[in-house]
Design a protein around this ligand. Structure first.
Ligand SMILES: NC(=O)c1ccc[n+]([C@@H]2O[C@H](COP(=O)([O-])OP(=O)(O)OC[C@H]3O[C@@H](n4cnc5c(N)ncnc54)[C@H](O)[C@@H]3O)[C@@H](O)[C@H]2O)c1
Length: 439
């Protein structure tokens, strides 16, 4: 490493990955990691495990794997735990979720059966369609936060961990309007003690994590750490936060296709997106409050990529509609349709139809893994607060006040890789390349 890089602590010892929510994504992450650790499968879709990074000039031929370039925790050093409102083990949850085949799950059945969720912090007001009773009891939200901290400390001690990260894989909570108690850490803590309704379940988890110096990553679309109070706590305790909403399925496709249309100055007059999905996430999103949280994150991506205010002729009249329909027979195999009305030279119309038969949790699990490993890296590199370079993984990236989020997948990837180069003191890559043509 050159002297220019950041001082990064070595990933010595074990890393605890804490998962509020052991449903489809959580169980696919844990089961997948076990299958990979035991040599039964490969970590497709994971940048930390399979991705490479170019260093220096194209003529230097230095293209290591990312995991050989930056000091990441090894998969062998990860220890999982989680909380859920249902008491079933990760094995049972994975069987119910129906993402992975039973014959695959059975290869690591004893390991998966040993993962039993801790009792959740859960108030149904924030997720109307869930009914689990495996929940903690406490007089105030502050008491509940303390119970979570106790869980984390006990887990850390029992497994001899050196570090932990928390990745929210729980259900989408209802959309909450801005509340002044979110404005400062003081008012937020008062709200915890007074059971204020503007403090959701996920905010209690995030508070507990940040209090203990544990990075908090939000995989769901609802708001959690994207408020001044929790950002203040993150800064105060020098902890990393990132979010929100894992970028999978239709939005992943949008942020691949839209930058291409924009690059070629093709106009878009309409983009209609509809989805059918039949898993528990689909059932929760069938409820208007939770759908509203999702709709907000799904709609914002196109606006930021097309910048209609800067390109009014091309994107000023874009009609964008997103629908999610709960359809039980589809299970976790979500089907998305996009109808894109575009126009080119002289305004002549064309259409693109995309029918994506995706497996949502197969796309989400490697994202959750990468986020846990990169958040741990960022933490060891002395970063704190929002780590925008992880926006590659999110539908609705959290960014500093006054900034618009970058949604273009390719810009996000460049930002991520340049951040890794910066951390390690390597030259950033600008793609200028004039030097190859100098005499
Ligand atoms: N599946 C994907 O590809 C994908 C993509 C982007 C975002 N997400 C988001 O990730 C989250 C998880 O998705 P999923 O498909 O695994 O859903 P899921 O319904 O299968 O799993 C969510 C789990 O969280 C549990 N839960 C809810 N509230 C909890 C709480 N307060 N404490 C502990 N556990 C709690 C539920 O009981 C459930 O087991 C959702 O918010 C979803 O919107 C998923």
């Amino acid at each position: 490493m050159s002297e220019k890089g950041l001082k990064i602590k070595e990933p010595k010892g074990k890393l605890g990955v804490l998962l509020p929510g052991l449903g489809a994504v959580g169980s696919t992450l844990v089961a997948g990691t076990e299958l990979i650790r035991h040599g039964f499968a490969k970590p497709f879709g994971s940048l930390t495990q399979m991705g490479t990074i170019r260093l220096g000039k194209r003529t230097e031929n230095r293209v290591p794997k990312i995991k050989d370039f930056v000091p990441l925790a090894e998969l062998e050093d990860i220890v999982f735990t989680g909380w859920d409102v249902y008491p079933e083990s990760v094995y049972e949850s994975a069987v119910h979720s129906g993402v992975l085949k039973k014959e695959d799950l059975d290869k690591v059945r004893p390991q998966l059966e040993s993962y039993k969720p801790l009792k959740a912090v859960f108030d149904k007001y924030y997720v109307k369609r869930l009914d689990g009773s495996h929940v903690k009891v406490g007089k105030t939200k502050m008491d509940l936060a303390e119970l979570l901290m106790k869980d984390m400390q006990e887990f850390k001690q029992a497994n001899d961990l050196t570090r932990m990260v928390m990745v929210w894989c729980g259900s989408t909570e209802i959309f909450l309007d801005h509340d002044p108690i979110w404005d400062t850490l003081d008012s937020f803590e008062r709200g915890l003690k007074e059971n204020h309704p503007a403090i959701s379940n996920s905010m209690i988890y995030a508070y507990a994590a940040l209090k203990l110096g544990v990075p908090y990553i939000n995989g769901a679309p609802h708001m959690t750490t994207d408020m001044p109070a929790l950002l203040e706590l993150a800064k105060q305790n020098n902890v990393v936060v990132a979010g929100k909403d894992f970028k999978t399925g239709q939005t992943l496709m949008k942020t691949i296709i839209a930058p291409g249309l924009k690059a070629r100055l093709l106009g878009v007059s309409g983009w209609f997106s509809t989805n059918i999905l039949g898993n528990r996430d689909g059932e929760v999103l069938d409820e208007p409050g939770s759908f509203k949280s999702k709709e907000v994150t799904k709609l914002s991506a196109l606006d930021h990529i097309f910048q209609p205010e800067k390109n009014p002729d091309l994107y000023g009249d874009l009609y964008h509609k997103v629908r999610i329909n709960y359809y039980p027979p589809a299970g976790d195999n979500k089907e998305g349709w996009d109808n894109i009305d575009i126009f080119g030279w002289l305004g002549y119309p064309m259409q693109i139809k995309v029918n994506f038969l995706c497996r949502d949790s197969i796309l989400a699990a490697p994202i959750a893994l990468d986020l846990a490993l990169f958040a741990d890296l960022a933490q060891r590199a002395g970063m704190s607060g929002i780590v925008e370079w992880l926006s590659f993984y999110f539908k609705s990236p959290i960014v500093a006040k006054g900034l618009y989020p970058e949604h273009d997948l390719f810009i996000q990837l460049k930002k991520l890789k340049n951040t890794l180069r910066y951390m390690m003191g390597e030259e950033l890559i600008t793609h200028l390349g004039l030097e190859y043509y100098e005499d």
